[in-house]
Design a protein around this ligand. Structure first.
Ligand SMILES: Cc1cc2nc3c(=O)[nH]c(=O)nc-3n(C[C@H](O)[C@H](O)[C@H](O)COP(=O)(O)OP(=O)(O)OC[C@H]3O[C@@H](n4cnc5c(N)ncnc54)[C@H](O)[C@@H]3O)c2cc1C
Length: 465
């Protein structure tokens, strides 16, 4: 008879890893499953010199042990205010204490001790942001950098390997439930993997799979706002006053024309713009940013994202986000890059214009073009208005040479209906991390994994006593 695991976890990203770390001490049978590879075997062809995205399946940047965390910039945002809606789901006190706990675990696995975003200068920057029509959300932040983040996750892989079963290069194909209770996962090789508890932590990359499975199981889904935007790249000196104090400045703005929430996201001082492919069997290429602590570029990049909420009968936020990303892919073969000055003049950027630019693009594979063909007016307008306001706080950020890469889309737009312990409407089936819409970053993804694992341990204890 096939083995039955106490717990199966789908997804080896921070949510799945932190759930595993909690469960690994309990002497129970745990299986951690991921469609990607071991962390050491994850090499993006672009970083190996390829000029364009080869649509690896699955994408090495976001799949495998470490999940999207393995190539992330490793910014640990130590606040309940950013990185996801965990505080609304589990309460402020619980979220705060979990964030501190998660931070202590990253420290144990090698995160550096320095913390940004504290001190008198922060209050001064907040004041100046208000005068520029922006809200600066002060956030304590620990920066691991892409290499430290990878090392910390690698150390977790080494720690977990002897304690639980880890099955890589194997995708979960479908969820099997009977009479409202979860029973098993069917893997893509046809194998049935039985379990008492199931944790779904497939990340943004797997959010479409999760949404489709949820529909099959007739679960209710809420639509999160859709985040669409561009990645901005400027010379590092322009952002230095902010980044030296805050590392990442979380700025928020409401667009004058549409009253949409527009915000900066994932700032990478001295970092590189990269492309990633998401969306499983029907992938699209989107843009993102990373930063090493040692190899710095002369540029700083960050996303400007516009959040919009759609109303009935709209139920396809992921399909909509993919559609927008695909337009840029069709136009450019991947990622478009345009100088802000060219966008404002109503003309495309060309290789020659980029060569005359003050900012050398860190993503060499991006194609010079015209973002106004790829992004709806509403998004572009919000982005330009935000940059103009930011220019009052950070002179030079809205210069003609500023580079805009498109499209950046965040695929966490469908949220399963969950209880405060993150259980779905199927008994013993839990969801954690970005793919389930309960987090938007490393810390809250990790914390959500801990929430679920502790609930399962409580139930297992009860069953034993
Ligand atoms: C380039 C980049 C930079 C980033 N920088 C930062 C940063 O500085 N700070 C920050 O807080 N956040 C950052 N992030 C976001 C952060 O990485 C994510 O928020 C975090 O990794 C989410 O964790 P997760 O466990 O929910 O999912 P993920 O890390 O996405 O992991 C999900 C895993 O599930 C697997 N999976 C999906 N579907 C299946 C399936 N059907 N079967 C089996 N396995 C499956 C995937 O292969 C993947 O390995 C960055 C992300 C990227 C891509």
């Amino acid at each position: 008879m096939a083995k039955k695991y106490d717990v199966i976890i789908v997804g080896c990203g921070p949510a799945g890893i932190f759930a595993s770390l909690e469960l690994s001490h309990a002497g129970i049978d745990v299986l951690l499953l991921d469609k990607g590879r071991e962390i050491e075997a994850r090499v993006c062809p672009i970083q190996g010199g390829s000029e364009s995205c080869l649509f690896c399946s699955p994408c090495h940047l976001v799949s495998g042990f470490g999940g999207a965390g393995a190539f992330s910039d490793g910014k640990l945002t130590l606040s309940t205010e950013v990185g996801g809606p965990l505080k609304e789901l589990i309460g402020f006190d619980e979220a705060k204490s979990l964030i501190d706990y998660v931070d202590s675990v990253y420290l144990k696995f090698g995160a550096p001790h320095e913390v940004y975003g504290t001190g008198e200068k922060v209050a001064e920057l907040e004041r100046r942001a208000i005068l520029s029509g922006l809200k600066l959300i002060p956030v304590k932040l620990r920066h691991l950098g892409t290499e430290h983040c990878r090392w910390a996750l690698q150390a977790m892989q080494k720690h977990l390997s002897p304690k639980i079963d880890i099955k890589l290069r194997t995708a979960a194909k479908s969820i099997i439930a009977e009479d409202g209770t979860v029973k098993a996962i069917e893997a893509n090789n046809g194998e049935r993997l039985n379990c008492t508890y199931l944790i779904l932590a497939p990340g943004r990359e797997g959010s479409e799979w999760l949404t489709n499975e949820a529909k099959q199981l007739k679960l209710n889904l809420n639509c999160n706002p859709i985040d669409v935007g561009v990645r901005v790249e400027v010379p590092s000196v322009i952002m230095e006053e902010l980044t030296s104090v805050l590392y990442e400045s979380k700025l928020e703005f409401y667009s004058r024309s549409f009253d949409d929430r527009v915000r900066t996201f994932c700032m990478c001082p001295g970092g590189e713009v990269i492309m990633e492919s998401t969306g499983g069997s029907d992938p699209v290429i989107t843009v993102n940013g990373i930063g090493y602590t040692k190899h710095k570029t002369y540029n700083t990049n960050f996303a400007i994202l516009v959040s919009t909420t759609f109303t009935e009968p709209f139920h396809e936020p992921i399909a909509y986000g993919k559609y927008l990303a695909r337009v840029a892919n069709i136009l450019s073969g991947g990622i478009l890059v345009q100088r802000l000055g060219d966008l404002m003049e109503g003309r495309r950027s060309t290789k020659a214009r980029l060569q005359r630019s003050l900012v050398e693009p860190s993503l060499k594979a991006a194609t010079p073009g015209d973002l106004s063909f790829a992004l709806p007016f509403r998004y572009l307008k919000g982005i330009v208005e935000m940059l103009q306001n930011m220019d009052k706080l950070v002179p030079g950020v809205a210069a003609a040479h500023t580079l805009l890469y498109g499209t950046e889309v965040k695929f966490y737009s469908s949220q399963l209906q969950l209880t405060p312990c993150l259980e779905t409407e199927i008994s013993n089936m839990f969801a954690a991390g970005d793919g389930a819409g309960v987090s938007r970053g490393l810390v809250q993804a990790s914390a959500s994994g801990v929430v679920v694992a502790r609930e399962i341990l409580k139930r297992l204890d009860k069953n034993l006593s």
